[in-house]
Design a protein around this ligand. Structure first.
Ligand code: AMP
Length: 246
């Protein structure tokens, strides 16, 4: 398990289609963070035919929430990987109060906490259009959209040149509506939860991708710097103490 005591821990909240995945990938590059998407981890478990994947598949196809137990375990396992020491940005987790409580407990046991939870505020109706039109490159995972972001050369990924694309099985209008119902019933209460933890920010996420990234950047930059600065300061202190001891 990496040393989490001074690692930035950030959460993106918001309904399906709010842009959590898109923004998490951009922030990953900008701040050198690691995006942890429980949706991606579950899809990998389904594709790999693991026990958890087999249990999760039907629930995911129906647009419902996978059990807290499966999701928390899958995240716990991922947090063991050394790359997480760079800082993590959670996308799609937590999705229930029970998951948020499990996360607080887990982070507490690792000597850390959630430093920021940012809620991406959007309108439900727009989410159905956004999600039903989206697809990704089969080669590199770059995201595209039939209306909002087509590849510059039609049929060819502008990032890696691959000509195969895929759509998620649960990205159809009916399932999206069920996912939105699950969001309002189970996940939206997390906004109040993190307000209570005094680490909640909200931003309007109906605009252009770049404008939303700018808003996120302004909120996160000082937080990431401060958490990392504290890590650096601690390292410096340890070095000084060691030098003094010698
Ligand atoms: P996403 O890629 O985040 O849209 O997630 C796709 C699907 O995976 C969701 O509709 C859920 O069925 C499942 N899922 C992902 N993350 C969670 C979570 N934290 N809790 C429960 N189910 C989840």
């Amino acid at each position: 398990m990496p040393d989490y005591s001074k690692v930035p821990v950030l959460i993106l909240l918001g309904p399906p289609g709010a842009g959590k995945g898109t923004q998490a990938k951009i922030l990953e590059d900008r701040f050198g963070l690691v995006q942890l998407s429980t949706g991606d981890l579950l899809r990998a478990a389904v594709a790999g035919g693991t026990k958890a994947g087999k249990r999760a598949k039907a629930v995911m196809d129906a647009g419902e929430l996978v059990s807290d137990e499966i999701v928390v375990n899958i995240l716990k396992e991922r947090l063991r990987d050394p790359d997480c020491a760079a800082g993590i940005i959670l996308d799609g987790f937590p999705r229930t109060i029970a998951q948020a409580e499990a996360l607080s407990e887990l982070l507490g046991s690792l000597g850390t906490r959630v430093h920021a939870a940012i809620s991406l505020e959007v309108e439900d109706d727009a989410m159905v259009t956004r999600i039903s039109g989206r697809y990704t490159c089969d080669g590199c995972g770059e995201g595209y959209h039939e209306t909002f972001k087509r590849p510059t050369v039609e049929g060819t990924c502008q990032k890696c040149g691959c000509q195969r694309f895929r759509r998620r099985a649960d990205d159809n209008a009916d399932t999206v509506r069920r996912r939105l119902v699950a969001y309002h019933a189970e996940t939206a209460p997390l906004i109040t939860f993190y307000k209570g933890e005094k680490c909640l920010w909200t931003i309007d996420a109906m605009g252009e991708i770049d404008a939303i990234t700018d808003a996120l950047h302004q909120i996160l930059r000082p937080i990431v710097t401060e958490v990392r600065g504290a890590r650096q300061a601690n390292k410096n202190l340890r070095t000084t103490q060691m030098e003094e001891a010698q």
